[in-house]
Design a protein. Structure first.
Length: 222
């Protein structure tokens, strides 16, 4: 069997640009495939939540109906499809649908925000809760949404959702921002800013008045 010829050393550097281009193509394809699978699973979990809620509404007059249905679903789904569909996760999917009842919203309907929160306090928009913002954002993973479901305040949840999607926050970054109450601290700072400004203005006026009075008294005594 003929042995493969060893490439000449002088030709190896010439292959480096080709290698980099091929690697870039494959890495982009891998990332794209991961995002596509993730988006498909997020939408599937949303659909599961929708079906559970609609089924509960049909049987809402029966006490304990929803709990019994989810327990039964968990047993059968875990048996047929493997782990990942236990009672806790099915409850999350139900909450997921209720928190984000719009599967897809046109980008034009999503409220705008000119600059990121990182740009400074004055440039950050804190919009009121809007129905379109309760739509899913394809940039976010199921873990992102699990973290967002832990935020009780709808307006805070909306803000974290938009920042995470627009600023490409990882799940670790989102978890950290929620844990340090970033939105709540930002909102508190914005509320305090006008008060501080008014206090500063009053203080400056008082100082000017005091200074003017001192000069008047000095001139009179002269």
């Amino acid at each position: 069997m003929a042995k493969r010829k060893t490439p000449e050393p002088s030709l190896v550097p010439l292959a480096e640009p080709l290698y980099r281009e091929i690697r870039a193509v494959l890495e982009m394809a891998r990332v794209g495939a991961y995002r596509a699978v993730n988006a498909a699973m997020v939408q599937a979990y949303w659909q599961v939540g929708r079906l559970i809620v609609e089924n509960e509404q049909n049987g809402r007059r029966r006490a304990g109906y929803g709990e019994a249905v989810i327990v039964t679903l968990a047993e059968r789904l875990n048996g047929d499809l493997g782990s990942g569909f236990d009672v806790r996760n099915l409850w999350y999917m139900r909450r997921f649908f209720l928190a984000f009842p719009i599967l897809n919203a046109p980008r034009s309907q999503l409220p705008g925000q000119e600059k990121s929160a990182e740009a400074g306090l004055e440039s950050v928009t804190l919009p009121p809760v809007h129905e379109a913002t309760r739509a899913l954002r394809p940039e976010l993973s199921w873990t992102h949404y699990r973290l967002l479901l832990g935020v009780e305040d709808p307006q805070a949840r909306e803000w974290y959702l938009k920042e995470a999607a627009d600023q490409h926050w990882s799940t670790r970054q989102l978890e950290r921002q929620i844990s340090v109450l970033y939105y709540e601290r930002l909102l508190a700072s914005r509320r305090k800013a006008p008060v501080r400004k008014r206090q500063l203005t009053k203080s400056q006026r008082s100082n000017r008045s005091s200074s003017s009075g001192t000069r008047t008294c000095s001139n009179s005594s002269t």
